[in-house]
Design a protein around this ligand. Structure first.
Ligand code: GLC
Length: 477
């Protein structure tokens, strides 16, 4: 079985968030005797020259974008048993640091999605399944159905569409239909491409893909409801017969305290002394008092309300009245950045605010903290809580989406559970959860057990990769 991933980013080549981590690691986990995997992404300018130097040029063709034909180069890099293809067009992808958020995103990703289909004959073999991810590749199944159904080699291809975050759907004005997408207005009028009076890439992919997945079982349920679906609840409920949730994994190679070079000291479940070194060095680096007895809580997050930052800011004074330290790493909405910075002035010995997207510091936080706070209002899967656990850092989370599927509240009597969780989007519940964690932290023997259990947890792709394989198999047969 041959599977082609189509996505807008893939680590380690290029990444702006969790999507990049997943696309960088799932194909590697899937490949094997039964499954040959390749992946295609845009050749973004930001991909490093040293990676570009390793690529082989395959061919160049012209790809239709509505009534125009645009240059498309195809490059290949083989790594970890996976063929990574890159679509080159400098007009669309030479955008400095920007991967998305450009004025012409509709056209850029219409081009990319069309290019994915046009380059298939240049690959060694046609895929049995194309697995698309998020709105940027949502047009692949759409174009496949509209423009390629009369060609037998295309018509047998099955499509899977994965929703990593339903908040971003690829919504554009109706005026793009003919001049950007090259799709007849009738497909808007009959409702296939239309949602709420606008063109909605994700909606049309949900309608025409052979299967739709999302990144955790709980989120698959949640997105059928108005609270989570950002308007797509009706469509997803209607298509629930072809919707399932498969939890993401993380790479044990990339996130392992035994081998991680970014840490101050390496450690394992057998010997946690290195974790204490990481804590002390992190405190020193962030100008916090170096104290081993105080609970150190970390957050690595985008500073936006759906990550629950508003709940944190609401009770921040109360949090900081306690004997604890809090370190925040991330960027986001100006008002949260400002608020947190102000509070740092007020509580310099308790709060460290780092307005940055800094993967090196993030890693030091995962390792050096005792607890990791993730109070998301919604969370399709979330990778940070799994990474934290693998570094023996205990998550405090809200019970939603993938957080609910990976973290369970610790019960001191039975010893069950691997973290601390609360049910509602309520800042006071969040505060109670922090208190429960800090309370438990006082019993160092119990805490150490919890920490060791976290390090031992298996969040690798093994089980999930099996589920994807089963899904592909069922679609082809
Ligand atoms: C998105 C989601 C996150 C998920 C990631 C990878 O970034 O917000 O929850 O883990 O995609 O699927």
């Amino acid at each position: 079985m041959k599977v082609l991933f189509a996505a807008s980013e893939a680590a380690p080549f290029i990444k702006s968030g969790g999507l990049g981590d997943v696309i960088g690691s799932l194909p590697v986990a899937l490949k094997g005797k039964q499954c040959q995997v390749s992946c295609v992404i845009p050749l973004h300018e930001k991909i490093s020259q040293s990676v570009k130097d390793k690529m082989t040029f395959i061919a160049n063709i012209f790809v239709p974008v509505a009534w125009r034909n645009q240059y498309c180069g195809l490059f290949l890099l083989e790594q970890d048993g996976v063929k990574w293809y890159f679509i080159d067009n400098e007009y669309y992808f030479k955008r400095g640091d920007a991967l998305y958020g450009c004025y012409d995103d509709a056209e850029r990703f219409a081009f990319f999605s069309r290019a994915v289909l046009e380059v298939l004959p240049l690959m060694e073999e046609m895929p049995d399944v194309i697995h698309c991810h998020d709105w940027q590749t949502a047009l692949v199944p759409v174009f496949l159905r509209l423009f390629y159904h009369d060609r037998a080699e295309f018509d047998r291809i099955k499509t899977v569409f994965t929703i990593h975050n339903i908040e971003y759907q690829g919504i554009f004005g109706r005026d793009i239909m003919t001049n950007v997408l090259g799709i007849d207005e009738a497909e808007f009028e009959n409702g296939f491409m239309e949602h709420g009076g606008q063109v909605n890439f994700m909606k049309s992919a949900i309608v025409c893909s052979d299967w739709v997945t999302t990144v955790s079982p709980s989120y698959a349920e949640e997105i059928k409801t108005p609270e989570f679906a950002h308007g797509l609840e009706g469509i997803l409920s209607f298509h629930q017969g072809k919707l399932s949730g498969i939890i993401n994994g993380i790479s044990k190679k990339a996130f392992n305290p035994k081998t991680d070079k970014r840490l101050f000291a390496k450690y394992s479940a057998d010997d946690l002394s290195g974790k204490q070194v990481n804590k002390a060095e992190l405190q020193k680096m962030l100008n916090l008092p170096v104290r081993s007895d105080v609970p150190l809580i970390g957050m690595v997050t985008r500073l936006v309300s759906h990550k629950g930052i508003d709940m944190v800011t609401q009770v921040l004074s109360e949090i900081l009245e306690r004997d604890l330290q809090l370190v925040v790493v991330g960027t986001g909405d100006w008002q949260y950045e400002q608020f947190l910075k102000d509070r740092q002035w007020q509580y310099p010995s308790k709060l460290s605010v780092n307005i940055a997207f800094n993967t090196d510091l993030a890693q030091k936080v995962y390792a050096g903290c005792d607890m990791f706070l993730m109070p998301s209002r919604s969370e399709p899967c979330g990778l940070a809580q799994m990474i934290a656990l693998n570094y023996g850092t205990i998550p405090i989370v809200r019970e939603t989406g993938g957080l609910k599927d990976t973290v369970s509240n610790y019960n001191r009597e039975s010893g069950e559970g691997n973290g601390f969780s609360f049910a509602n989007c309520d800042a006071w519940e969040l505060l109670r959860s922090i208190d429960a964690a800090c309370d438990c932290y006082q019993d160092q023997a119990v805490w150490e057990q919890l920490s060791k259990k976290g390090i031992a947890s298996d969040f690798t792709w093994k089980q999930s990769a099996k589920q994807y394989q089963k899904l592909y198999q069922s679609l082809i047969s």
